[in-house]
Write a protein that binds this ligand. Structure first.
Ligand code: NAP
Length: 249
């Protein structure tokens, strides 16, 4: 395992941070990407290094091609050949009905949740595909149960962006199946992270938890386990698939 290098977008907080910590413990060299919260990302890197692992933090907006290029170059130069990508960075905005959504908001959501994963997946394929001289690898997209549920009265735009990510998971998986790259997705349900504050309701998980089949929200670490499974050789014959980590939702 020491030859594995993983890039986790949005690895500074929430699900991405839990995934970075677990990957570090499993022996991956880890790149923790983030957009602006230096302190959180550096804390994750410090924790991995303190446990004897290898990790770097790279601040870059993955919704911009320039940021993505700089991010992947940093991995090439500082960690070595990329073998795994977790397209985790994502965002949402204030809870609203569809008729209240304007052009600027839609552009921001598509850029962060669709363009970002597309650009990162492309950069990863150019490095990992046997077609490009690479030695293969794995990509895990962090979608959402929202892609199935639609998120009415909250953020249909966010749900639709995750629907696009699901389609990309299928399409790209088939495109590169013969080139040594597996592409899968996890679809988390309600997970205790800071993302819900962006929607204007930091306590959303606790409000909805009683209505969930398991009666509780999920922990970022529970999603991280699913992501690491899909990246690992234990999932060597799985591609183009979706693993719901949503407590039965
Ligand atoms: P979070 O706690 O808000 O963390 C988001 C992370 O993504 C942060 O590290 C943030 O950077 C980074 N980020 C956001 N936009 C970025 C960009 N354009 N470029 C680079 N980094 C960016 O969110 P989370 O709840 O862990 O969510 C992670 C993923 O899981 C998202 O794709 C989300 O849609 C998905 N998900 C979450 C839930 C849930 O209930 N929490 C459920 C289903 C799916 P900074 O730290 O610098 O701000």
């Amino acid at each position: 395992m020491p030859s594995e290098t993983v890039l986790i977008t949005g690895g500074g907080r929430g699900i991405g941070a839990a995934t970075a910590r677990l990957a570090g413990r499993r022996g991956y060299r880890v790149c923790v990407n983030y957009r602006s919260d230096d302190a959180s990302a550096l804390a994750v890197v410090d924790e991995i290094r303190a446990a004897g692992g290898t990790a770097i933090a790279v601040r870059a907006d993955v919704s911009r091609a320039t940021g993505v290029e700089r991010l992947f170059r940093a991995v090439d130069e500082q960690l070595g050949p990329l073998t795994a990508l977790v397209n985790n960075a994502g965002t949402l905005e204030r809870q609203a009905r569809l008729e209240e959504l304007d052009e600027d908001r839609l552009a921001r959501i598509w850029a962060a949740n669709i363009t970002g994963p597309f650009l990162c997946a492309g950069a990863a394929v150019r490095r990992m595909s046997t077609r490009h001289g690479g030695r293969g690898g794995a990509i895990v997209n962090v979608s959402s149960a929202a892609s199935r549920l639609g998120s009415p009265n909250e953020y249909v735009d966010y749900a639709a962006s995750k629907g696009a990510l699901d389609s990309m998971t299928r399409g790209l998986a088939l495109e590169v199946a013969g080139e040594g790259i597996r592409v899968n997705a996890v679809r988390p349900g309600l997970i205790h992270t800071g993302i819900h504050a962006l929607g204007g309701e930091p306590g959303r998980v606790d409000r909805v938890a009683p209505q969930l089949p398991m009666g509780r929200g999920g922990r970022p670490e529970e999603v991280a386990e699913a992501i690491l499974f899909l990246l690992s050789p234990a999932a060597s014959y799985a591609t183009g698939t979706f693993l719901d980590v949503a407590g039965g939702r």
